[in-house]
Ligand binder design. Structure first.
Ligand SMILES: [Cu+2]
Length: 145
């Protein structure tokens, strides 16, 4: 039945077009690295992302979500003399073309109260939410620093 086949092909094309239109905003960021420290259940987890802004304007990341912690906060480690303190950031800004490097002792994500342990090579899904409502999914792999 050649006519039936043509109709099926047309329907598939339409579905593909919708999927592409939805996926397009995710091109805003290029993930250069994404990793997490091993940690016990109930502990605080650390996630480190290296993100390059490939969008046409500055990106404002307003929240981070993971399914394995009660909340996730962006922190910046600041040295006050010899004492390290962490400031919570309500927004991380990546200028157009710039790279945000999160690393131990610098900007990082803290997973407050892990609901399960993080073991090496495990994948941790992290959702970034931008100020314009767009979201972007990143997979961080657990490894020792
Ligand atoms: Cu912290």
């Amino acid at each position: 039945m050649p006519s039936g086949r043509v109709m099926f092909g047309g329907a598939m094309l339409a579905v593909t077009a919708i999927a592409c239109a939805r996926a397009k905003p995710a091109g805003a960021v290029q993930v250069l690295d994404a990793w997490a420290r091993p940690a016990d259940s109930g502990a605080t987890g650390g996630v480190y992302l290296v993100l390059k802004n490939t969008d046409t304007a500055a990106l404002h990341i307003t929240s981070f979500e993971t399914p394995i912690s009660t909340s996730t906060e962006a922190h910046e480690t600041m040295m006050h003399g010899d004492v390290a303190a962490m400031d919570m950031k309500t927004e991380l800004v990546i200028e157009k073309g710039a790279t945000l490097t999160m690393k131990p002792g610098g900007t990082h994500l803290m997973l407050m109260h892990l609901t399960r342990p993080l073991t090496p090579r495990e994948a941790v899904p992290v959702t970034l939410r931008f100020s314009d409502g767009r979201t972007f999914g990143v997979t961080a792999h657990v490894r020792t620093p």
